[in-house]
Write a protein that binds this ligand. Structure first.
Ligand code: ADP
Ligand code: ZN
Ligand code: ZN
Length: 755
């Protein structure tokens, strides 16, 4: 039951709306005429402080009772008219996030509200003339006649421009403070302070100007690009707001479409947010937007200082910028006139928050857009199953761009069967085909990228002889090998003893799959002592900037081979790369969760897209024990549609998203028995309503203990998302009744990351 339908007597209101003040909401009595009419996020006028001055606040919760003397409670005065103000929108958004993803209102508010700046605002001094231009000019002439040349210089400058920065006056015009003071006394000018904002893209802007990058015009859009733009704008101008999916292969001109739409959005007096994965927010991307939008664009990302972040929010609020670029959290930029949200690489799992509330930026963007009457455009070369599914159902508009505009052709892809290699006596991690092609590249001085798509928790067991993978008989995901040797399903907890021989072919080569980038690097150095190898993984990118440094070193051809995890397949163009090797495609294929095949398809498609970006054609080698697996076959052929058809079928049969919904419930705490007991209690509550949701587990999570905290997990599935929300509500209510609970409970709808 939604809380707004009941006649609550009290409401929690926050008055000073900021990240820090949400911990101290004030409880007010709701007057008779407003009972049943207030909702989370509405703005109200309330008496505040000793003098009861009237302030505007936001309702963040409705409540039945009050924790202090009821006679001391003040009463809400009225609903405020200003309901569309951006703060009200953000509070409503927080309310929706709380409902949708399950968290406290305070955690949701902290997610959406900008943190208040602890540092001082930056200010600078400027001089403002108080007389008209003519009067000032007159005065300048008279000063000159009296040989007061400094005074004359300043006055002439002021005649031309009403306001001059103090810096300029002192350092460029060489005017002393006594001259300025004397003119101030005469009433000719005033010294004033103005707030200035930190601008994180200023240095990029300077660099871009120096490189003369500003001069270039934007390209004329191709017919296919223009059609997309026109179609979105026709809807927009007819008052129709929708979510659109743009499926476009890498290099097909999606970014140009984004920029054109943003431009048109600005022309219509509205603002735009462009979300990109943090990892893709490189100097090159920013400069491309700076060229187009100058200082009307800014960025918001985790590398900024608190002051820089705060100032970007202020600039957005004041209307000083029209476009913001950033990862997931940039969605909460406080634009008053938001007209368009674009999410590039919408399939990326980084759009899902990993901390409570575990919101997905895509769903949240669609809701936020509805509050602002704005449009949403999702773009990807490998759309998420969810988005493609919705596009097919007509819920999203759909566009396709299928040609590379840079003219170069798609690479040739070789699938190598590692079972075959083993049978023929090659036990190396490099197949003969890959070795042959690598040697050829090294001889010619072309570059190679080697990719090991390792997932932290991939511990699947497979047969090196026939490729058979040990799977859960109930969940159709691979079993993971535990330290005690048992094979365990991370969804339902099913387990079986380790196997000595392959159940399919009887071979003894059935093993856990492990390979690390370090070991591969070692091998490369032995095989090709002269080759220069760069390694990029979690270990080599711990330091700030190391990610950019490695990539630019490789781009500058300081190395022949770049070896790395999935990080290397994103962003960045390397024209020198003509060979991409995927060492073990199976690593992501059997990661033990329902998205494994989708993730593999995405990674392989992206990896293949890295080869042959320059003038030279590229080749790709995909090594696998499962060359016939549909995600590998279709990635090799770069055929998204075929992949989708098979994958969506698997999801339907397994009861996984997008055709069904799934919710993970993670219980953590220091006492293993308590954690387990609470997980079991909650799982029982979750499955209470007959036939509504299917419960898998609980069982220990794949990381069964982290930072001395035990972790138990269970999953719920249902075709009806509402049933999951109801089950969650039952659990939340139960949790509230528990006294002195030390365990934490997290909810995650349609999880994208493993536990
Ligand atoms: P995507 O975002 O799909 O990877 P981009 O928009 O980055 O594609 O375009 C790929 C390349 O093609 C870029 O170098 C871009 O400048 C160029 N490009 C895009 N659209 C056009 C166009 N209409 N005419 C000429 N070049 C274009
Ligand atoms: Zn076998
Ligand atoms: Zn299972």
């Amino acid at each position: 039951m939604g809380e707004e339908t009941r006649n609550f007597p009290y409401a929690d209101v926050i008055v000073d709306i900021s990240h820090e003040s949400v911990d101290r909401p004030f409880t007010y009595r709701i007057p008779e005429d407003l009972k049943g009419k207030l909702e989370t996020g509405m703005s109200v006028s309330v008496p505040f402080g000793r003098g009861d001055s009237v302030r505007q606040g936001y309702v963040i919760a409705l409540r039945d009772s009050i924790s202090f003397d009821e006679r001391k409670a003040k009463e809400i005065l009225r609903r405020a008219k200003e309901d569309t103000a951006v703060d009200a929108v953000l509070v409503r958004l927080a309310g929706w996030i709380r409902e949708q993803y399950g968290s406290t209102m305070i955690a949701a508010l902290k997610t959406v509200l900008p943190a208040k700046q602890k540092k001082r605002n930056l200010e600078k001094k400027e001089i403002r003339r108080l007389l008209s231009a003519e009067e000032t000019e007159d005065l300048a002439k008279r000063s000159a006649q009296k040989n007061r040349s400094a005074m004359a210089r300043l006055l002439s400058a002021l005649a031309e421009r009403e306001r001059l920065p103090m810096e300029l006056v002192r350092e460029k015009l060489h005017i002393s403070s006594s001259t300025i003071n004397s003119l101030e006394k005469q009433g000719a000018l005033r010294i004033q302070s103005v707030r200035i904002y930190r601008n994180p893209v200023e240095s990029s802007m300077e660099a871009a100007k120096k490189k003369d990058a500003f001069g270039k015009d934007s390209p004329i859009l191709s017919a296919a690009q223009q059609k997309i733009v026109d179609s979105v704008l026709d809807d927009y101008d007819a008052g129709i707001r929708k979510t659109y999916l743009l499926h476009g292969i890498t290099g097909s001109g999606k970014t140009e479409v984004y920029m054109k739409l943003i431009e048109e959005c600005i022309d219509r007096g509205r603002q735009a947010i462009l979300l990109i994965p943090e990892i893709a927010l490189t100097y090159q991307t920013v400069v491309r937007f700076l060229k187009r939008f100058g200082n009307r664009v800014s960025v918001l990302h985790s590398g900024l200082s608190a002051g820089e972040k705060y100032d970007q929010c202020e600039r957005a609020k004041n209307g000083d910028i029209d476009v913001i670029i950033g990862p997931r959290s940039a969605l909460f930029t406080p634009f008053e006139r938001l007209g368009l949200i674009i999410i590039d690489e919408e399939h990326e799992s980084s759009y899902k928050s990993e901390t409570m509330p575990k919101y997905h930026a895509r769903e949240t963007a669609v809701y936020l857009a509805s509050l602002h009457h704005a449009s949403v455009l999702l773009g990807s070369a490998t759309p998420s199953l969810e988005s493609y599914y919705r596009a097919k159902q007509g819920q999203y508009g759909f566009f396709y761009l299928g040609e590379r505009l840079t003219g170069n052709v798609l690479p040739q892809v070789h699938r190598v069967d590692l079972r075959q290699e083993l049978r023929q006596g090659n036990r190396s991690i490099f197949s003969r085909k890959l070795q042959e092609l690598m040697e050829e590249r090294l001889k010619k001085g072309e570059q190679v990228m080697l990719f090991l798509n390792r997932r932290g928790y991939a511990g699947f067991v497979s047969c090196r002889n026939c490729g058979h993978v040990m799977e859960c008989p109930h969940c159709s995901v691979s079993l993971s090998e535990h330290k005690n040797g048992k094979l365990v399903c991370h969804y339902c907890g099913y387990e079986e003893p380790a196997v000595k021989s392959c159940p399919a072919c009887g071979s003894k080569y059935i093993l856990g799959f492990k390979a690390g980038t370090e070991a591969v690097e070692e091998k490369l150095r032995q095989m090709y002592p002269k080759a220069r190898v760069l390694r990029m993984d979690g270990d080599t990118t711990k330091k700030k900037d190391s990610y950019e440094k490695i990539l630019s070193a490789f781009a500058d051809r300081e190395a022949d081979i770049l070896l790395g995890t999935q990080m290397i397949v994103k962003g960045h163009d390397f024209p020198g790369v003509t060979l991409v090797g995927v060492l073990a495609a199976d690593m992501s294929l059997f990661a033990g969760d329902y998205r494994a095949a989708e993730r593999t398809f995405q990674l392989l498609t992206q990896a293949a897209g890295r080869a042959g970006r320059g003038d030279l054609p590229g080749e790709v080698v995909i090594q696998t024990y499962q060359p016939d697996h549909y995600s590998i076959v279709h990635a090799a052929a770069q055929n998204y549609e075929k992949f989708y058809e098979e994958e969506v079928l698997y999801r339907e049969i397994g009861g996984y998203p997008p055709s069904s919904h799934m919710m993970a419930v993670l219980v953590t705490g220091e006492d293993e028995e308590h954690v387990k007991a609470l997980a079991q209690e909650l799982a029982k509550l979750a499955g209470e309503e007959e036939g509504a949701v299917t419960v898998l587990g609980p069982c220990p999570a794949s990381y069964s203990k982290l930072n001395d905290n035990y972790r138990f997990i269970f999953y719920m599935k249902s075709v009806d998302e509402k049933k999951l929300a109801e089950a969650r509500e039952r659990m939340e209510n139960h949790i509230q009744t528990l006294q002195k609970r030390a365990e934490q409970v997290q909810f995650d709808i349609d999880p994208m990351n493993g536990y």
